[in-house]
Write a protein that binds this ligand. Structure first.
Ligand code: NZQ
Ligand code: ZN
Length: 389
């Protein structure tokens, strides 16, 4: 196990009707709030009104900015920063999914910064200050409600960039599984794939002697495998929704990566797919992750056998660990298909003509590679895209 420091300061307020506490919770951190949300599902479901009522009851003054789209855009972040400065906002409240939360985080670090907020995402600067951010979560997926990252799309040059910094962890996250019942099945499935991907990015490590976190990862994956089909057939099953929602936070608040080195190649490649054609992040991952596995599994067959046997109950092939490993990868792919997700690039209209651009745009470590389990070169990424064709 590696040495580590772990801090997860987000207060989780979990359960039925917790959204009605948002005013009292916000009051602990701010006086003037920016209420930030997406394209409007919260108005249809009545959540918007509940949040507004709760803020008013707590005597909190607020301004609002809706319109965050999936794969949130830099232009709206800039608009939010200007609005906050003009109005003297000192707290950002995101109501929605990863897109609203990431946009809120970007506004929060942009307000106290003199330069352009994209400087943080392009790697030119590190944030040194932030306004506090609170969350009312409506989709279990990204884990952004407690994560230290934010991902923004620059629509001018069609790149999507993530940053990681402990300032980016929200101060509280209100999580009522009932709020997720209105999710369309496709979004539920995309969320499940993203949660599983966050676990698998951590699970596939070269660090040895990490039994506790291996087993935590495996049980989180099994929870998704068991409960996702349940909510797809019975959308109002509270307990199954609750399992998935809590799994989503634990998958990405970094407890599962303690003592390990995580990979992240599949995420970095996927971000470039969604930058090109706006595919939902979870759908892109359902395509890229199995392809990545097929390309790298021979680097540590034992770990892939463990994944196959413990997570997917694959029967071990006699004298053929590589077959067992491949059966585990197939099980993952079959699962993604069974919940209605694409597993090939043509299904999201990405063709060979896009490959060079995806390879070129992928975020890199200093040594010009992508990923940690195997350090991928440009040629490796190209091969992975070919496997996903
Ligand atoms: O726009 P609204 O009206 O809110 O509708 C949303 C949107 O259309 C809808 N939705 C959300 N909750 C709903 C609902 N519809 C009905 N009922 C509900 N309860 O679902 C759609 C998708 O929402 P979005 O916020 O885009 O989804 P998600 O949470 O998957 O966020 C995706 C973004 O987060 C980034 C992704 O790259 C992508 O940009 N990520 C952020 C991470 C982080 N900050 O830690 C980590 C992830 O790996 C990821 O990269
Ligand atoms: Zn993700």
């Amino acid at each position: 196990m590696q040495d580590f420091r772990f801090q997860s300061p987000t207060t989780i307020i979990f359960g039925k009707n917790t959204q009605c506490d948002v005013g009292q919770e916000t009051k602990k951190y701010g006086k003037k709030v920016l209420l930030h949300y997406g394209k409007g599902h919260i108005k249809k479901t009545g959540l918007y009104q509940q949040v507004v009522d709760s803020l008013k009851e707590a005597g909190i003054d607020f301004v609002e900015l809706g319109g965050v789209c999936p794969n949130p855009r830099l232009s709206l972040v800039r608009e939010g920063i200007e609005l906050c400065r003009r109005q003297g906002v000192d707290f950002i409240l995101a109501v929605g999914g990863g897109s609203a939360i990431d946009s809120a985080k970007a506004i929060a670090i942009g307000v106290p910064y003199d330069g352009d907020v994209w400087d943080f995402y392009s790697g030119k600067e590190y944030p040194k200050k932030t306004l506090p951010v609170g969350v009312v979560l409506t989709i279990p997926a990204t884990g952004s409600e407690a994560s230290n990252s934010s991902v923004i799309t620059n629509e001018e040059n069609k790149t999507k960039r993530g940053i990681v910094n402990n300032f980016l962890r929200p101060v509280f996250a209100i999580m009522n599984p009932e709020l997720t019942i209105t999710l369309p099945p496709y979004q539920t499935a995309c969320g499940a794939a993203d949660i599983m991907a966050h676990v698998m990015e951590r699970y596939f490590t070269r660090v040895q002697n990490v039994e506790l976190t291996d087993r935590l990862c495996e049980s989180t994956l099994k929870t998704l495998i068991n409960n996702t089909p349940v909510v797809l057939s019975r959308p109002d099953d509270y307990n199954a929704r609750a399992e998935i929602m809590w799994a989503g936070t634990l998958a990405h608040n970094d407890v599962l990566s303690t003592g390990r080195i995580s990979d992240w190649a599949s995420h970095w490649i996927e971000h470039e797919l969604s930058a090109i054609n706006d595919v939902a992040h979870g759908a892109g991952l359902a395509i890229i992750f199995p392809a990545w596995m097929k390309y790298v599994y021979r680097h540590d067959v034992t770990r892939f056998v463990q994944f196959a046997v413990r997570v997917w109950n694959v029967e071990q092939a006699f004298n053929d660990p590589e077959k067992t490993a491949r059966d585990g990868i197939d099980s993952l792919e079959v699962f993604f298909r069974s919940i209605g997700l694409p597993t090939r690039l043509y299904e999201i209209d990405i063709t060979k003509n896009d490959f060079d651009r995806i390879v070129e745009n992928c975020m890199r470590y200093d040594d010009n590679t992508v990923g940690q389990f195997v350090k991928l070169s440009d040629e490796d990424i190209y091969h992975i895209l070919k496997l996903a064709e």
